[in-house]
Design a protein around this ligand. Structure first.
Ligand SMILES: [Zn+2]
Length: 453
């Protein structure tokens, strides 16, 4: 009897010890993960190289490079003869270069030392700040943090009370506000006038693409200013503009504070890696080509469609306004392409010619400002397949006719780390493109094409 009790006590003791050990182990793994997350990532010695695969073998070598911290794509392999940009750590540089040469490719180094470029682009903004004249020019002399962007927009709104309204439409995973800036002649009328078609534009769904939020804020500024001008009043009289400057505020902040190369959201996942690629998380052909189920991948699609609070909030905002939403533009960088659906595969929407034509109108006007050339086409055909994208969902589910993904400057010289001196020129040309685009839409609304039954 005594022996049995002893055995039971020992068994309980062992069980407790194991549980405590497991708990401690879990806690220490967790704290390693947490401290890993808190580290500021340095890209010292990392380079970004461009190669153009010319043969099937070289293309397949590129597609089979393992996606890791040491080797990752900035511009993914899409097809033979299309450039591929790869970021490589100093540790892996020699072996990857050897492979590239082996397959007859001639890598061109675009960025020699990424960390040096990152810190140089910070100094670049100090230099510009010293030279600018107006407060708006000052604001656009560098890439601003989220708070600065929101404060700036509040200021813009307080100077344009009749034409601007700012609303919160949700919260990010870490609790930051998601804001939409509504600009139009009737946004503040009472009773509300909900008759105008909406042009919806968002930026920053990918954290590291800093030029996108900057450009959306630039557009808000110009719209507010031009609205005062009699000749351009039509832009806010004919349409309501809904601008979301930061569609992924957690990722954006993290790319400022910890990791300049961060792309995804910041939600916790099972395993050691964080974040979901929000532009693979929309519920249209979710989980298809160009997505990954690996939580550590930059194109991780999430555990299910709309797993992220950010994509859910965008979905609800847009669906809440449909069918008024006539155009949906998702601003990204880089590549200088104006893309339309589908991103899930080679197919084209029935009205792809209309989308192509309207994009051409925009990019032709854009090129006249600073000579910047854009290509126009479907995501899959021009770039690569990427299912679960916002634009596919906007067209396929929300039934928005003119849905686009716009990849802003540049074409690879600086990639995501575009120096801040390019914010204003990028803003100017994109604004001109949107003006032509809006005029094209207006023309179509006034003189609808006769559709055959
Ligand atoms: Zn992007």
């Amino acid at each position: 009897m005594l022996k049995a009790m002893n055995l039971t006590a020992r068994w309980i003791f062992n069980l407790l010890t194991t549980v405590i050990f497991m708990f401690k182990l879990f806690a220490s793994v967790q704290s390693v993960i947490e401290s890993e997350e808190d580290k500021v990532v340095s890209y010292k010695g990392y380079s970004v190289i461009r190669v153009v695969p010319r043969t099937k073998d070289s293309f397949s070598y590129l597609t089979n490079l393992t996606y890791s911290k040491d080797v990752s794509y900035w511009l993914e392999p899409s097809s033979i003869a299309r450039p591929v940009d790869i970021m490589i750590s100093p540790k892996k540089k020699a072996s990857v270069m050897k492979g590239l040469f082996h397959y007859g490719m001639h890598p061109k180094v675009q960025i020699e030392d990424l960390e040096r470029l990152i810190s140089r682009s910070k100094n670049d903004s100090d230099e510009i700040s010293a030279r600018v004249a107006t407060s708006e020019e000052y604001f656009f002399s560098s890439y601003r943090r989220l708070d600065e962007i929101y404060n700036y927009l509040e200021g813009l709104q307080s100077r344009n009370k009749d034409t601007i309204k700012i609303e919160n439409f949700g919260k990010s995973w870490e609790g930051r506000d998601l804001k939409v800036v509504k600009i139009g002649a009737n946004v503040n009328s009472s009773p509300p006038n909900n008759s105008k078609p909406i042009i919806y534009i968002q930026g920053g769904i990918h954290a590291r693409e800093w030029i996108a939020p900057a450009t959306v804020v630039y557009i808000a500024t110009t719209l507010a200013n031009e609205a005062l001008d009699e000749t351009d009043k039509r832009l806010i009289e004919s349409f309501e503009w809904w601008l979301v400057p930061s569609a992924n505020p957690d990722g954006y902040e993290y790319s400022h504070t910890h990791n300049r190369n961060w792309r995804k959201t910041r939600s916790k996942q099972v395993g050691i890696c964080r974040g979901v690629d929000p532009n693979r998380n929309f519920g249209f052909y979710w989980g298809g080509k160009g997505t990954s189920g690996d939580t550590c991948s930059d194109i991780f699609r999430g555990s299910k469609p709309f797993s992220e609070p950010e994509t859910r909030a965008i979905r609800d905002l847009v669906l809440g306004a449909s069918p008024r939403v006539l155009a949906f533009l998702d601003m990204h960088s880089y590549s200088q392409v104006w893309l339309y659906p589908w991103g899930y595969g080679e197919q084209l929407p029935d009205d792809h010619q209309d989308l192509h034509q309207m994009a051409k109108l925009a990019t032709t006007a854009l090129a006249k400002v600073h000579g910047t050339r854009y290509r126009v086409g479907s995501t899959t055909r021009l770039l690569y397949a990427a299912a679960g994208g916002a634009d596919d969902w906007a067209k396929g589910t929300a039934n928005i006719k003119y849905a686009y993904t716009v990849e802003l400057r540049d074409d690879g010289r600086y990639g995501f780390v575009l120096p801040s001196r390019y914010i204003i020129p990028t803003g100017q040309e994109t604004w001109t493109a949107l003006k032509a685009f809006a005029d094209g839409l207006k023309e179509e609304l006034d003189h609808p094409k006769i559709k055959s039954a």
